[in-house]
Unconditional design. Structure first.
Length: 655
């Protein structure tokens, strides 16, 4: 049985049984006239029958002769020698394929007539009556329809391929935008490994088998170099049946390039947004914080996170030759830390070329330390610090190189982008502002402290002045009221100071006051104690958390220190040296009392000390009871020296 496939409309199949034309022994060439006219009438597409060995036309229907422009079969030989030369090559291709043992069922070449009418041919083999093999050709559709179809296919930019599970190409329609990796005859059943490089062919076969296994469309992208140009392609693999797929290849080089540029632009915008955020945060810290270390720590932490560098640090020069240290840093791992590392390297000295370049505002951008043109000394220092790529910018204070803002990549070389350089440059400027602001704040603070000291301390002696004395006494009074602990006050006065001034002059008097103040300062060591110049030659000592016994010891220590200083007096007979008289008062502060009560008591005791011969201390009435009350009811024994004894002490009790 010979099978004749007539494609018409949706595809009509007619079978010609050789037995209907005289049985197996009938000669088909001689039996063409005996074919039923009904069958001939249904063959409206061109049909030819050739002898395969001789390629002689044995039979053709009217549509075939019309396409060839012939009236009968007899002119076919001459037609192939002339206008049908392409048709003759088509027949030779079929014969060669069959002689090579290849199937011709899937071959669908397109040929054109002398009038330019394209036709897609479908070939099959038949066994002739004489036992030889015949070639049966059928034109697919009308020439006009095929022409329209070819025009449509030519307009499609995609490459269309029909492929088997094993990777054999059954049909290949080259799109206008897709360039083949290798030029092949579309009539051949080429393998996918002939159409693509091995890795891409293997990938195509994988997606083909996956599409057939899942019966779902597979989409992937591939990069292929054609004629020295890299092309980006999108491949869609669509299952057609259990064994074949339709492959659609579209050139998306322009799209991929647009996507790449969009991604670069997006990354650039993202980096710019991160840079703006870091700069805004650092600027905010500068405006809100006067703590320079906090600003520096925030800057290096945010910058390292943004740049994903191994190390970001602020290095400050200390003015020495090759000296400086890292005062702020952020690292990706602890082993990269250089915090507080003192750099002592003369190749990084102030006079070195590298530092001079920084001083002039230059930026050091090194992608690879090992292959850079740095001086051997500088390269050795960076290598010792584990640096592979270096980006350093100066932090300037006017014409002074204050320090450096540095980024390091320690694990690999790195090319620093212009945006990264710009980011560091802006951040270095912000840090320069922060440093200037911090230094100005420190200067203001120092001036304020000096002004505060002048406002609260006596200019001549350096002791607290009367104003500070009053404020501090009020503070201590309030605190000890809650703590329920004693408070002692000592008032002292330089004995016969008016005669000292009259004898030695006011300048010497000022010097005497200074010497007494120094003796008081040496005698009062506890931080909570406060010595003040109460007025003129009179001084006061506030002793918080001090009972009467402690106050007596403190007063006596002051008296002896001044006496042992042997400050010449000369204005009083039998008193060669300067002495002081002291009044002591101790109490338990309460909310019902006033600090002025304690002052009055100490002042009365001082008056009594002067009245009783000077160079002594007197305890104010009531202080002994305070001592007893604050020592858990125990009796405090106080030694009493007779007034006539030089240097003796008068202790007045009020029992």
């Amino acid at each position: 049985m010979a099978r004749l496939e007539c494609i018409r409309g949706g595809g009509v199949t007619a079978e010609v049984d050789k037995q209907r034309h005289g049985g197996d022994t009938a000669d088909l060439q001689g039996s063409t006239e005996t074919l039923p006219s009904v069958l001939l009438g249904c063959l409206q597409t061109p049909v030819w029958l050739y002898g395969l060995s001789s390629l002689d036309l044995l039979w053709a229907n009217a549509a075939a002769l019309d396409w060839m422009g012939l009236a009968s079969v007899e002119g076919a030989a001459a037609w192939m020698q002339g206008a049908g030369a392409g048709w003759h090559n088509l027949l030779i291709g079929y014969r060669q394929a069959m002689e090579a043992g290849q199937s011709i069922e899937g071959l669908r070449p397109i040929v054109s007539s002398a009038q330019g009418k394209p036709l897609c041919c479908l070939g099959s083999t038949v066994v002739l009556a004489n036992g030889q093999t015949g070639l049966l050709l059928e034109g697919q559709g009308s020439a006009e329809e095929d022409s329209h179809q070819q025009a449509i296919l030519s307009a499609i930019p995609d490459l269309l391929m029909r492929m088997t599970r094993e990777g054999q190409c059954l049909y290949l329609g080259q799109g206008s935008d897709v360039v083949l990796w290798r030029d092949l005859d579309p009539r051949q059943r080429a393998s996918i490994y002939d159409l693509l490089p091995y890795p891409l062919a293997k990938k195509r076969l994988h997606y083909t088998q996956q599409a057939l296994a899942t019966q779902t469309r597979q989409i992937y992208r591939q990069d292929i170099e054609v004629a020295g140009q890299l092309c980006h392609e999108e491949v869609r693999v669509i299952p057609m049946n259990d064994g074949e797929v339709l492959v659609i290849v579209r050139d998306i080089t322009a799209i991929a390039e647009a996507e790449r540029k969009l991604e670069e632009q997006t990354n650039l915008f993202r980096q710019q947004a991160q840079r703006d955020r870091v700069l805004a945060e650092v600027t905010q810290h500068i405006s809100q914080s006067l703590d320079l270390q906090e600003v520096l720590n925030t800057a290096v932490t945010e910058l390292r996170a943004m740049m994903q560098a191994s190390r970001v640090m602020v290095y400050r020069f200390d003015g020495s030759e090759g000296g400086g240290r890292v005062i702020a840093e952020a690292v990706s791992q602890p082993t990269y830390s250089l915090r507080q590392v003192q750099v002592e390297d003369r190749c990084f000295a102030v006079s070195s070329p590298a530092v001079q370049a920084y001083r002039q505002g230059r930026i050091h951008r090194v992608a690879d330390v090992q292959s850079s043109g740095l001086s051997p000394c500088y390269r050795a220092m960076l290598t010792q610090l584990g640096v592979r790529a270096n980006l350093g910018l100066p932090i300037l204070q006017g014409a002074t190189l204050w320090g450096l803002l540095v980024c390091h990549q320690c694990d690999a070389p790195r090319s620093w982008s212009d945006l990264e350089v710009e980011t560091l440059s802006q951040l270095a400027n912000q840090l320069a502002i922060a440093i200037q602001k911090s230094e100005l704040y420190e200067q203001v603070q120092q001036v304020n402290q000096e002004l505060q000291h002048l406002a609260t301390h006596d200019k001549l002696t350096g002791l607290a002045n009367r104003r500070y004395f009053d404020d501090y006494l009020d503070q201590v009074w309030q605190r000890l009221t809650h703590e329920r602990t004693p408070l002692s006050l000592v008032l002292l006065d330089i004995d016969h100071f008016k005669r000292y001034n009259d004898t030695h002059g006011h300048l010497a008097g000022d010097d005497c006051i200074e010497q007494v103040a120094m003796a008081i300062r040496r005698s009062i060591q506890r931080p909570a104690n406060l010595a003040a110049r109460y007025g003129g030659e009179e001084f006061a000592i506030i002793l918080p958390n001090t009972d009467l016994a402690g106050a007596v010891r403190a007063a006596e220590r002051v008296r002896q220190t001044i006496a042992q200083a042997h400050l010449p007096h000369g204005g009083i007979p039998n008193q060669p040296y300067v002495t002081v008289s002291l009044g002591i008062a101790t109490t338990q502060p309460t909310a019902l009392q006033s600090p002025h009560t304690l002052i009055d008591q100490a002042d009365q005791a001082l008056y009594q000390a002067k009245q009783q011969g000077r160079n002594r201390y007197i305890i104010a009435p009531g202080s002994a009871e305070t001592a007893l009350a604050t020592h858990n009811g125990g009796h405090l024994s106080i030694a009493v020296a007779p007034p006539a004894q030089k240097g003796g002490h008068e202790v007045q009790h009020n029992h």
